[in-house]
Structures are given as structure tokens and as C-alpha cells.
Design a protein around this ligand. Structure first.
Ligand code: FMN
Length: 164
């Protein structure tokens, strides 16, 4: 069940699906800090260092994973800025999702309201990744806002040029 009653303070946990230093999606999250309603905080957590999920090891939880799950549980809502990789979300975001969702009795996402934003260098601005993420959130028993919150097409910068 979701606690929709308006709390006096709202703590939002922000997650960027990119580990890139000059990530547009991480920048989007930073920009969101300037648009927060009153009594709302946005803490951004870095998921790029979470160890790769492996079901054989899920009960032996590293401290960094425990800390991540605690942050999810302590948040009133989740804001995810996702890049689009091969029509879907990135590997590091999927890894963070698995980490938050396991082991079975220690799921952390369940019941959390969520919003999804994206920036991509393609014309569709990450819309397909947003759709995939919304589908994953159904399985996590999260409550994503269904309408497109924000997507943006970014122009490639010289720092993103392929070296091949
Ligand atoms: C491996 C890879 C796959 C990608 N696949 C897609 C894609 O399917 N659709 C898309 O819109 N952009 C795709 N892109 C472009 C990313 O959306 C773009 O690099 C984006 O800026 C990454 O987000 P970031 O700036 O937050 O790192 C891909 C980029 C990489 C590196």
C-alpha cells in the first residue's frame, strides 16, 4: 500500500542509470534539485560501484549494498534518470534494481512511488528505456507515474565521439 497522505517532509531518492562522468542523465537529476517543491529533499545515490548481482551470493550482502537498500527503504519516492542502451535500461541500473529487490524477504522497492526521466542522444530521448523501466517496476510492486515525465534529446558532444 502507498502512503499518499501528504507528509510534512518528502524525501526523494534520485538514481542515475549512467556511470559516465559527464552523464546527461546525472545532470538531469542535479537540475531536478532546483525544481523541488517546498519541504522536499532529493538525495542522489551513486549506483555505479555496486557489485554485480549473483544469486549464489545474495545472502552475503556487502556493506555498500546494505547501505543502498537502507536508502531506498528510507525514501518516500524514487526518481530515476535513465539512459537508453539498446532500447532498454543500462546494465548498471538493472544491477541496482536486482540488488534492491533481493533477497526475497528483504525487497526494498515494494510500494514506492516513482518517476522516470531520461536523456538520450537519439531522437526518441530514451522513451523506450522509460517504457522498459515502467514494466520492471510493475514486477517490483512500485507505483511509477505512467505518463511521460520528461525526456530529452541531447546533442552529441566531442567527449562522446566513438574512438573506433
Ligand atoms: C552501448 C550503448 C547503447 C546505446 N543504445 C541506445 C539506444 O538504444 N537508444 C538510444 O536512444 N540511445 C542509445 N545510446 C545512446 C545513449 O542514450 C547516450 O549515450 C546517452 O547520452 C547516455 O546517457 P548518459 O549521458 O547519461 O551517459 C546508446 C549508447 C551506448 C553507449
Amino acid at each position: 500500500m502507498i502512503a499518499w497522505a501528504s507528509p510534512s517532509k518528502l524525501a526523494v531518492l534520485g538514481i542515475s542509470g549512467s556511470g559516465r562522468k559527464r552523464s546527461y542523465n546525472s545532470a538531469l537529476l542535479e537540475a531536478a534539485k532546483q525544481l523541488l517543491p517546498q519541504n522536499t529533499t532529493l538525495e542522489i545515490v551513486d549506483i555505479s560501484g555496486l557489485p554485480l548481482y549473483n544469486q549464489d551470493l545474495e545472502h552475503d550482502m556487502p556493506e555498500v549494498v546494505k547501505e543502498f537498500k537502507k536508502k531506498i527503504r528510507g525514501a518516500d519516492a524514487i526518481l530515476i534518470a535513465t539512459p537508453e542502451h539498446n532500447y532498454s535500461i543500462t546494465a548498471i541500473l538493472k544491477n541496482a534494481i536486482e540488488r534492491g529487490n533481493r533477497p526475497p524477504r528483504v525487497t526494498s522497492w515494494s510500494g514506492k512511488p516513482a518517476a522516470i526521466i531520461s536523456a538520450s542522444t537519439s531522437l526518441r530521448g530514451g522513451a523506450r528505456a522509460q517504457l522498459h523501466l515502467r514494466q520492471i517496476m510493475i514486477d517490483l510492486n512500485m507505483y511509477p507515474i505512467n505518463s511521460l515525465c520528461y525526456w530529452s534529446r541531447m546533442l552529441k558532444t566531442s567527449s562522446m565521439k566513438s574512438v573506433s
